[in-house]
Write a protein of this length. Sequence first.
Lengths: 324, 430
Amino acid sequence: MSACVACRAELGPGDRFCEACGRAVDAPSTVESLLTTEAPDQPCPDCRETAPPDGYGYCPHCGARRVVVAASAELDLGTVAGVTDVGRRRAANEDALAIARAPGVSAAVVCDGISTATRADVASGSAVRAAITSIMENGAGHAPEAALLQAATRAGAAATARAAGELAPNPPSCTLVAGIVTAGSVAVAWLGDSRAYWLPVRGEPRCVTVDDSLAGQLGAAGVPVSGADPRSRALLRWIGADAPAGPAHTAVFSPEGPGTLVLCSDGLSHYFDAAGELAAAVPAGDPSAVARTLVDLANARGGHDNVTVAVLPFPIPEEGGNDE
Amino acid sequence: MSDFTVEADWSPHLAVDGGVVDIIVTVTSSAGGAPAAQGAAPSVAQVIMVDCSGSMAGREIEEAKRATNAAIDALRDGVRFAVIAGTERAQAAFPVNQTLVPANDRTRREAKQAVRTMRAGGGTAIGQWLTLARHLFQADPAEIRHAILLTDGANGEARGTLARVLEECAGAFVCDSRGVGSGWVATELRAIASALLGTADALADSGDLATEFRSMIEAQMGKVVADVGLRLWTPAGADVRAVKQVFPEVVDLTTRRTEVNARSGDYPLGAWGAESRDYHVSLSVPGAKPLETRAVLRAGVVARDGTPLAEQKLVTATWTEDIEQSTKVNPRVAQYLGQTELDEAIQEAVAARKAGDTERATAKFGRAAKLAHETGRVGTLKLIEKAVEVVDAPSGTVKLRTTGGVSRDEEMLEARSQKTARVGRGTKES
């Protein structure tokens, strides 16, 4: 039995498209390299069952919670890197991370599992894989915004498909932020409160995304938000079976000079709300060192939540030489 | 052809040393109410068993005949049917050649002609009637197989015969049983309903029989899916303690399990139209570390060939050291547990009366009165008040009315106590 490269759903014998995520089965793979923290093939930690977990991530033999995303991982492709970590307070990591590179393209996806959902890690794990695969197979270098919109749609379909055939009160769901850096542009798409920051070497650092919450929208409109009322942080958009319909938000710009695109879950932005504070904390160094430093800082400040950071330098560093 | 949904209510927290998880599984079918109009209506077979024993003589047999005619009139064209006249043997009243015939204007007329000639006289051998019905159904290819059994007396067969016959008939057809007159025994009516996945009831007035028969037939005409099964997956280490239908009636399915594989088993749910039923699944699960969350049950419904009819429902539990959390009971689960306990208390009370144990009967009737009060079962409380003197329902204080044999009111109470009141899904935990 074959499976979809993007979302791992089972493919029927004559299928030309994946029923779960819509990816063409024979879509060319132009990916030079692709890494994700989704880890769906781990045996059961309790009974060692090797049959895959069900759609909600539980063992089909003993019912134990199976590992579907890495608790802690560093992904590094040289020109793009990321780190995810369970943090200091949570029992499991429900964030997921994927990065990829192709000639002239760097891409990354961060998904943050919604903590009130059932097995949000199932959603975030399948979503990052579907999104990064979609981005890299869509000629991301030519039309990054369109590639991101389709990636978000496919991530939503994959997160929904994993738990299809079962009903729970709160189906697996997560946020998403995805970024593409090409030779001349930076493009970002998001749903929820995971963020993208643009940190230029010269000029004003800024948060590119607007959180899908009342607080986020008020803040973007220039209304000061105290942040005292937790209801104002409630998400208005996400991905998963019970998500509101509609395309992802996007932002595309052509940087005037070099800089760094940072994608992160709120495990980091909780401690670095303002872009300036984050820029001040970013050290010089290669993308993996930057990502590691930021994750360590979040943990040092309390690590209240899972934390995930992806770092994409612009322009894309030359192969083998990234300390110019 | 049909749309089923499976939902569940339970308390998700468990003590670290393990324990019992009680789950109310709600199965709902939105299958269309007019299968004849849908083209692919399933084939239906219907057998009516009428008690023609000597005690039926007089008004009872006339009302039974009128009811049988009403049932015949309610049969949809094409439904294959037969009428059995039951005494100490089973006689094929119509058709006489021991087969089923399709309903049409001519066969309905001939059947009613045959019903007119039925006479009361002889004994009561319910096992024989059921066995003839089984032979008729087994020789017929109909998908939905339903029978009505009417009796006014206690079964006259040797002890153990009925139980053996019911075992042979289980799965062959669904049977609703009704008692009329003054000699029927609630435990027998309920045993038939329980083994054959039907309903049991008794009518105080035989004049209500025709209406009752017609509505039982009409309910069957709305069935569109035969032989539905409840498929339960449980993890290694967990035990299924009990599986009971708790609405619209209490039917114990625990011993009716068919193994599917090492982790899954099917329980028979009979034929379904557009309706909704509730099941109580009780699991015993081992201990686990605090804050660990595991899957403890998956519930689904399947067709006869095992094809899923609905999306499976996942039930998880989280282990905790917080006693306040782990002892919290889901209100819907609590309501149904109270109602099944009420039914058990009434059965035990009547059994104690039959055994002459006045003290135990009083205690059980008292418990039943208290539970009927607490679960809002007004109708049942009224029946309890007829059977015994209820001094104070909230505290469960009652006095037996007689010290002699079991009264009709007590039998009636036992025949009806399995009918539950629906507990809606609106009561979610905060």
